[in-house]
Ligand binder design. Structure first.
Ligand SMILES: Nc1ncnc2c1ncn2[C@@H]1O[C@H](COP(=O)(O)OP(=O)(O)OP(=O)(O)O)[C@@H](O)[C@H]1O
Ligand SMILES: [Mg+2]
Length: 177
């Protein structure tokens, strides 16, 4: 379970998150909706520890994220998958290398086990023949699907998706529900 208590976040004088309190329970899918610019992406980045905030706390399974040691933060991050709004792929890596990245970072799997897992998730997002393309050679919707594959490749306990359907056609958009 993830618990958020009275989260306050500003950029300079602009107060973006004004006391967000919520819980995300195990086994539930939660949807955050709000106007463009209302702070959805900022909130997700706070949950991931990518943004600092002025007040409040975020805890995972009862442990406050900001108080974890560097090692525990890393262990927790290994359990989190994130689909960023703009896909955030590494430009200089092929699609397969992008998807393999979390496995290299967080696991000790053999090269062939990693390849097998990469093949599985790329198939899952209907991208079986794109392994060796660079992100710049892929369409926006393909890039989004690579980002989804990368987010799920390490079987994350927590999966955060920032606008995962934007840029996808209805068939592809429906297939990951
Ligand atoms: N790094 C930053 N520095 C300064 N201001 C920022 C930064 N990131 C976001 N903001 C501001 O925070 C506010 C919320 O932005 P955010 O990206 O969270 O909106 P959003 O709800 O995700 O919108 P959208 O639906 O368009 O993706 C906006 O006013 C934005 O300009
Ligand atoms: Mg956003």
């Amino acid at each position: 379970m993830i618990e958020v208590k009275d989260l306050q976040k500003s950029f300079g004088d602009v107060h973006i998150l004004k006391g967000i309190s919520t819980t995300f329970e195990k086994g539930k899918t939660n949807l955050i909706i709000g106007q463009s610019g209302s702070g959805k992406t900022v909130f997700l980045k706070c949950l991931l520890g990518l943004f600092d905030y002025e007040e409040g706390s975020i805890s995972y399974e009862g442990k406050i994220f900001s108080k974890l040691s560097a090692k525990d933060k890393r262990n927790l991050r290994a359990e989190i998958g994130m689909v960023f709004q703009g896909s955030a792929l590494f430009d200089s890596m092929t699609i397969a290398e992008n998807v393999k990245f979390p496995l290299r970072m967080f696991t000790k799997l053999s090269e062939s086990d990693m390849d097998e897992r990469v093949n599985f998730v790329l198939k899952r997002v209907n991208l079986e023949n794109a392994h060796n393309k660079l992100p710049s050679e892929a369409s926006g919707g393909m890039q989004k699907r690579v980002a989804i594959a990368r987010a799920i490749v390490n079987k994350p306990k927590y999966l955060f998706c920032d606008e995962p359907n934007s840029g996808l056609d209805p068939k592809n958009g429906n297939s990951y529900r």
